[in-house]
Design a protein around this ligand. Structure first.
Ligand SMILES: [Ca+2]
Ligand SMILES: [Ca+2]
Length: 181
């Protein structure tokens, strides 16, 4: 079984080519494609075996496509070799921004709480591939509320710092893809 990559959101920038050893380049063989997305997302040039994507691929919708290819004699239409199966993997690009789950968050903390008391833990997610590069890696930081609060950049856990003199405090958090830092 072959394993091929295609890029997330990339359309027709390049193509894949199937080639049979039975193909002497004289136009006597024909290539056929079947399986997931055959003819609706991927098309094949019968003569050359070139496979093109005719729609934009979104890894976050479908990351793998299992397809099958046949090579047949142009005249007899008999299979020239056993049908082969291959998988097209849609390679991730960083095309999703991180989002907070269940936000906006509200939390209360008693006056004169000890420094270091946990206020809350915020959780964000990113739909990109967490197993590839930094596309889904998150870093938490505070936009407003310093120096009275801090946040663990990795876990999103927020803790208060020194107590303010007076008045309410607003804690504004943001998440950034790590690549932007
Ligand atoms: Ca992302
Ligand atoms: Ca992506």
């Amino acid at each position: 079984m072959g394993f091929l990559s295609w890029f997330d959101w990339f359309l027709l920038l390049w193509f894949l080519q199937l080639h049979s050893d039975m193909d002497k380049g004289d136009g006597e063989v024909l290539y056929y494609l079947s399986g997931e997305g055959a003819m609706s997302i991927f098309t094949i040039d019968e003569q050359t075996g070139d496979i093109h994507a005719i729609k934009r691929l979104d890894r976050e919708q479908q990351a793998y496509y299992t397809l099958r290819a046949q090579v047949r004699d142009q005249n007899t239409h008999l299979l020239l070799e056993p049908e082969s199966q291959f998988i097209i993997k849609v390679q991730d690009i960083n095309d999703n921004a991180p989002r907070f789950l269940n936000g906006p968050y509200t939390a209360r903390i008693p006056e004169r709480s000890p420094v270091g008391t946990s206020v809350m833990t915020v959780v964000a997610t990113d739909a990109d591939d967490p197993t590839y590069g930094n596309s889904a890696r998150l870093v938490y930081s505070i936009l407003q509320g310093l120096p009275y609060f801090s946040v663990d950049p990795n876990s999103g856990k927020s803790i208060p710092g020194p107590e303010p003199e007076s008045g309410p405090l607003m804690l504004v958090l943001k998440i950034l893809p790590s690549a932007m830092l």
